[in-house]
Design a binder for this molecule. Structure first.
Ligand code: GUN
Length: 290
């Protein structure tokens, strides 16, 4: 029988823990942690993510602010906003929502974020520290995956973990974290040029899918009893829903789930943990600054 890695319930539990800690701080007369977000343009998914981050911040008692900049914002203007947030003593951590408009060089922007406020863990300093196993801000989605596996006591030691997708924000750091002490997986990192993808995914004890292709992973690609973590999230039209759409992942759950020992649903799997990781990093940034 497949069991659900319930990201929504786990996220609620951790948010409760954070809220308790914030309550203790504010009762002692300290100001609450502050998470800021920068959103450039009006991409629908990005607006939803930023709104969720703001809502979750308030749920745990953080203060938050969102800098909404027009699509036509220049790289220099965005760098000015980052310089301001780097210096603002009221801001403990901030994120720049990705993707950015094409005329802005993403790496220039990430490089400009102060590592002490980089609660997304995207800067070269935090990435380097992660690879070296030093204390740092871990990127939110891979950290969320690790939290979920950890809280459910999923055995990882010596098991073969196949990560599909090598993005800077999910696949590459997830492969790194799961191979390190604490998890000790044997990791294979697959990507768009991998030749025998199905042959490799079928060997996975733990399969982490972050490829960005709707329902790409089918039952024939998964080993019986595997733990499957689906990081994908896609909106597809569905006239039967009030919103007019529904959410699906990179895994074809209708046929894959029956083969799994554990699986993350979409929605309600990894997504809620990503936001929680950001809150955890912000609380850490706040404590470090005091
Ligand atoms: N876009 C998609 N995921 C993320 C994330 O975790 N952080 C930021 N800043 N942008 C994203």
């Amino acid at each position: 029988m497949v069991q659900i890695l319930d990201g929504k319930a786990t996220a609620l539990q951790i948010k409760d823990e954070i809220a308790n800690e914030v309550r203790t701080l504010t009762r002692q007369g300290q100001r609450p942690p502050h998470l800021a977000a920068v959103l450039v343009g009006t991409d629908g998914a990005s607006m939803t993510y930023v709104a969720n981050k703001e809502k979750s911040s308030h749920e745990v008692g953080f203060t938050s602010s969102v800098y909404r900049l027009p699509e036509a914002t220049t790289e220099a203007q965005l760098l000015d906003t980052i310089a301001f947030l780097n210096e603002d003593p009221e801001v403990d951590g901030f994120i720049v929502q990705l993707p950015l408009p094409r005329h802005i060089n993403e790496q220039h922007i990430i490089d400009a974020i102060s590592p002490e406020k980089d609660v997304d863990g995207f800067t070269p300093i935090n990435t380097g520290k992660m690879v070296l196993g030093e204390e740092c801000f871990l990127p939110a989605t891979p950290m969320g995956i690790c939290t979920l596996l950890g809280r459910y006591g999923i055995e990882t030691e010596g098991r073969h973990c196949v990560v599909v997708g090598r993005s800077n924000i999910v696949g590459t750091p997830a492969a790194n974290l799961l191979s390190r002490k604490g998890f000790n997986c044997t990791v294979t990192l697959c990507h768009s040029r991998t030749r025998n993808l199905a042959e490799l995914t079928r060997q996975a004890d733990i399969l982490v899918v972050a490829m960005g292709k709707p329902e790409y992973i089918t039952a024939d690609m998964v080993k019986e009893g595997a733990v499957v973590v689906d990081v994908g999230i896609h909106r597809i039209e569905d006239a039967s829903k009030k919103s007019g759409y529904r959410l699906i992942g990179d895994v074809k759950h209708s046929e894959v789930d029956a083969k799994c020992s554990w699986v993350t649903p979409v929605p309600g799997g990894v997504g809620p943990l990503t936001i929680v990781s950001l809150l955890q990093n912000t609380l850490l940034a706040y404590k470090r600054r005091r």
